[in-house]
Unconditional design. Structure first.
Length: 131
């Protein structure tokens, strides 16, 4: 018999993102520095690139993520440009690393900006990969 597995993370809308932001749940923007500079970022978001343009993974991502949350049982939100990369990351962390409370911003920051969501200029982190 074929086993069907459901997603172990949730896709959230802009309205759900707004509600979660109000409660202080950490947001990690996994886009590249050039993308942060081009569009701005959500206020208070943690800027940790996950993929480069060629799809290579940031070797320090796990260490940087551990500075944001203590472990895989804590709630976290991932955002990228369109929701695709953050969905891939959310799936990976939920299936391979035991994360249980991941929210993926379904249509990314592009949709957030289109809906007139607030952004601010990016302040690149000191330990910025690809900067």
């Amino acid at each position: 018999m074929l086993e069907v597995k459901g997603k172990k993370f949730s896709d959230i809308s802009n309205d759900e993102l707004k509600a979660k932001l109000a409660t202080g749940i950490p947001v990690v923007d996994i886009r590249r520095p050039d993308e942060w500079k081009a569009t701005g970022v959500l206020a208070g978001s943690h800027l940790i690139t996950f993929f480069d343009k060629k799809g290579q993974v940031n070797p320090a991502f796990g260490d940087e993520l551990q500075k944001v949350i203590a472990g895989p049982g804590e709630e976290i939100i991932f955002i990228c440009q369109s929701g695709n990369r953050s969905s891939v990351l959310s799936q990976h962390l939920s299936e391979k690393a035991g994360f249980t409370q991941i929210a993926n911003v379904q249509n990314g920051i592009a949709s957030w900006i289109e809906a007139e969501g607030a952004v601010e200029p990016a302040n690149l982190p000191d330990n910025c990969w690809l900067c």
